[in-house]
Design a protein around this ligand. Structure first.
Ligand code: UD1
Ligand code: BG6
Length: 327
């Protein structure tokens, strides 16, 4: 049921304050006078010791789920400690049925890795065949282009990082700051839906570009800002739309004589040559590692709106399936 919305994708973008609320529900522990704030993921609590001792933690996913794993990678790297034993493989999939991800699961099982699922679909192949896992509980996602599952996947992976790092005293203040950020979360998402937001990271650029390709059927690329001079700048002219995701610091540097010469000339080149829209941070979170969840929302809307104007089917874009179950 689309309710007051015209399309499922639009409904699912706007549902994110609620879906993120259900993703974290019952999983954050507020702590108290003698108890620290913490995360309790019922679906992996019995396997946490093995995950902590893993030689590597490998994340596997396709499309938007791959981008979600990229977005969560820095926080996992920051919080997780040294590794001792074999691999833990984490399978990220909204549907839990993607053929390529399932094939990787088969391989990981055969090779003795601990297999953890992160999926939205209870009873899916990934939920059934992994040793343990976490349901993201974002609610059914009907629009073919994934939106609310992406933000919930990032939150679950951040909670996974917190759960893995639960025994390191030195990281306690940082963990508590992230947990506070998670408590505050759905409100911030509401703010970002009201006003076109700001953003900056690479996974956000990749996921924003993927949304535009999927639903608006326009060519789009997510590019790491530092790579601009290594090729992509050659494409930039007045006919190209550029969407710059600028952290506040970089925005301040545009035309600012105190920034380095190379930084200024990069900015000027891009601004002079292309038709630019800047998204600079609007809703700035205290906790940087959660920022990608906010930053992607304006990009989801930016992909959604031109799709209708171009007369295209936003919920079932041509040549795309919600879940690719063949190889
Ligand atoms: C579970 C219940 C939830 C209940 C809560 C109460 C389910 C689906 N969830 O949530 O309704 O309110 O206990 O404590 O019944 N799993 C996998 N692979 C995956 C995903 C999950 O093996 O990809 C397994 C988990 O290891 C776990 C079970 O499925 O054994 C449920 O996972 P999850 O819903 O995340 O657990 P809880 O949040 O504890
Ligand atoms: C397909 C969908 O390519 O599969 C994408 O069109 C999705 O939207 C990708 O991100 C992965 O799906 P899942 O269900 O494994 O997350």
């Amino acid at each position: 049921n689309k309710g007051k919305y015209e399309h499922y994708m639009q409904k699912e973008i706007h549902e994110q304050p609620e879906s993120l609320g259900t993703t974290r529900r019952g999983r954050l522990i507020r702590g108290g006078s003698c108890k620290a704030k913490s995360v309790m993921l019922g679906g992996i609590k019995d396997h946490l010791k093995t995950v902590r001792c893993s030689r590597r933690i490998v994340f596997i996913g396709c499309g938007t789920s791959y981008n979600a794993a990229l977005a969560a990678r820095p926080i996992l790297e920051e919080l997780s400690g040294p590794n001792l034993q074999e691999d833990t493989a984490v399978f990220v999939s909204q549907s839990g049925e993607t053929a390529d991800t399932l094939q990787a699961l088969e391989y990981a099982l055969e090779n003795g890795a601990l297999c953890v699922g992160i999926t939205n679909t209870v009873g899916s192949a990934i939920a059934r065949n992994t040793h343990c896992g976490v349901h993201i509980n974002a609610g059914a996602e009907i629009g073919v282009a994934s939106t609310k599952a992406y933000t919930s996947q990032i939150i679950v992976m951040a909670m996974l990082a917190l759960a893995i790092a639960d025994d390191t005293i030195s990281k306690q203040p940082r963990r508590e700051a992230i947990i506070d950020g998670l408590f505050d979360f759905p409100n911030k998402v509401r703010e970002s839906l009201l006003v076109f937001g700001r953003g900056y990271n690479y996974a956000t650029a990749l996921e924003g570009a993927l949304k535009v390709i999927e639903v608006a059927l326009m060519h789009s690329e997510g590019i790491l800002a530092g790579e601009m001079r290594h090729g992509p700048l050659a494409f930039v002219d007045g006919s190209l739309y550029l969407l710059l995701l600028l952290p506040l610091m970089m925005l301040a540097s545009v035309g600012n004589p105190t920034t380095s010469r190379s930084q200024r000339s990069f900015d000027c080149d891009v601004f002079k040559r292309g038709c630019c829209i800047c998204l600079s941070q609007w809703v700035v979170l205290q906790v940087d590692c959660l920022q990608p969840v906010i930053n992607v929302i304006p990009l989801q809307l930016l992909a959604y709106h031109p799709t209708g104007l171009r007369g295209l089917n936003v919920d079932q874009p041509r040549n795309l399936a919600k879940s690719v179950t063949t190889q």
